[in-house]
Design a protein around this ligand. Structure first.
Ligand SMILES: C[S@@+](CC[C@H](N)C(=O)[O-])C[C@H]1O[C@@H](n2cnc3c(N)ncnc32)[C@H](O)[C@@H]1O
Length: 332
């Protein structure tokens, strides 16, 4: 690396607002408007700082529909410096500063506000959810593909993250000895309990719990499922990491979600945060969680009636031997 480039990198980070931005982005990705609110600075000013950080390779930017997300770089020289900043922050404990503490508190509030908005949506739509999801895609086709990908052999423990109305527990019930579904929403869980009763599923239960920190032991699950959940989350990669933690060596994680799309109304009307995911993004989470790609499928829509959503299924596997997990999520 040239001396100029090295100096640029250190100059980029050697400024108060930009260091604050880095400290925040090492906690999790943020949109420009979230950063603007947290920092209490104007959008042009924040954008100027972000451009300097992005030009130096310290942060990555990606546009998705009308929203632009920023996150700490994961590749290149900037990523090494970001990693070193993270290590330093960890060894300091916390940066002891009033402004940084306020940023941290506002970051937490911003995440909570988003989670509350999504929870309110699910509470309002719990009874209707099965109907809402049918609007987007041909469910039976997807469920059939998921079952085929999992195979007919029964597994021990099946864990469904963001179980909603318990549909995944229902369709996989003949493939597991015992199943447990977690969801934050009590309303969703009461619908799930009624659905499981009605379907005569006696080997599964649902519990209230946050999928980012589950009350289950590391290496306890044979199969974990994230079906139509990740696009609601601020930290989908952290959810994959928690799912990976649960897997036994040789266990599998099945993810079903949308391929990248442009249906912005899903954000306003249906509390989506992300407009689908690319194979590359999933590959990044997979590598960071120490999982292998076992299979993936693309299910394109049959009609072109304006509700064009392609569904992707990824099956990831925990290696038979336990590897050390690369961990960045427990940042700063
Ligand atoms: C779109 S629904 C999908 C439900 C189900 N997986 C299905 O396929 O029918 C997403 C669910 O994720 C739940 N959820 C969102 N954030 C969560 C979190 N942090 N922990 C647990 N559940 C969460 C919501 O309450 C909602 O029920």
């Amino acid at each position: 690396m040239s001396l100029d480039a090295t100096l640029n990198l250190f100059r980029a980070i050697g400024e108060e607002t930009r260091l604050r931005v880095m400290i925040l982005l090492l906690r999790g990705e943020l949109t420009v408007s979230e950063l603007t609110q947290i920092l209490g600075q104007s959008q042009p000013r924040v954008s100027r700082h972000l451009k300097i950080l992005a030009d130096a390779g310290l942060v990555e930017r990606y546009r998705e529909g009308a929203w632009v997300f920023y996150r700490a770089a994961e590749e290149g020289d900037g990523a090494s410096v970001a990693g070193a900043v993270l290590a330093a922050l960890k060894s300091f404990g916390e940066v002891d500063d009033r402004v940084v503490a306020r940023d941290r508190e506002r970051f937490r509030q911003s995440r909570e506000a988003r989670a509350r908005a999504a929870a309110a949506y699910f509470e309002a739509n719990a009874a209707e959810w099965d109907r809402v999801r049918k609007l987007h895609l041909p469910e039976p086709d997807i469920e059939q593909r998921m079952r085929a990908l999992i195979g007919e052999q029964r597994v021990g423990l099946f864990v469904d993250l963001g179980t909603g109305t318990g549909r995944m527990l229902e369709i996989f019930a003949d493939r597991f000895e015992s199943g447990v579904g977690f969801d934050l929403s009590r309303e969703m869980l009461s619908v799930a309990r009624a659905n499981l009763d009605r379907a005569g599923v006696h080997n599964a239960q649902v519990r209230q719990g946050d999928l980012f920190s589950l009350p289950l032991e590391t290496g306890s699950a044979d199969l974990v499922c994230l079906h139509q959940v990740l696009h609601f989350l601020a930290e989908p990669g952290a959810a994959v990491k928690e799912a990976a933690r649960l897997l036994k060596p040789g266990g599998r994680l099945i993810i079903s979600d949308f391929a990248p799309h442009e249906l912005e109304f899903l954000r306003e009307e249906h509390a989506h945060r992300r407009l689908g995911f690319s194979d590359e993004e999933v590959a990044g989470w997979r590598r960071a969680s120490g999982l292998d790609l076992l299979a993936s499928e693309t299910l394109s829509p049959q009609s072109d009636d304006g509700k064009k959503l392609t569904v992707k299924i990824w099956v990831l596997g925990a290696p038979a031997e336990v590897r050390r997990l690369k961990s960045r999520a427990s940042a700063a």
